[in-house]
Design a protein. Sequence first.
Length: 181
Amino acid sequence: MQRIPVTAPSKATGKTREQLEAVQRKMGRVPNLHATMANAPAVLTAYMGLHDALSHTSLDNRLRELLAVTVASANDCEYCLAAHTEIGKNLKVDETELFHAQEGESTDPKTRAALNFTRTLIEKRGQVGDAELSALKAAGYSNAAILEIVATTAMNIFTNYVNLVASTHVDFPRVMAGAKS
């Protein structure tokens, strides 16, 4: 049972209603994550602003979704694992690649470096060492891209925690952790 209820877009007011309507136009619906965040307008605004800003980085959509899958798996967030697996599929990310991302793995060395870094970043709570940064740089990531990976990871931890605390009802096709969808 969802512990923090969703806010129906028709019940929202002001800027929150405008934001939910923008999500509706973009996605064709308002996912429960957004409707849950609408209980706290500042939280929804913060998330949407960060999400928009990070969509304009050097990281492509494919990598951002794979990072999100890695984070969701590391945090056991069923909602985000389902959402980002579905979004990844819509972006034509290979199903096997999405599956391997759950463990921070990829057949592509550059992608694997980013996913491994993200997994380590979570496990070490940000206390990564020189070796982890060197591995990312050796894979071809700039200092800016490294910070973009950190910010993308943090944003996804944020949504994982919101969904875990709220017990957000999963409104995407479910994915079993560690299993091909």
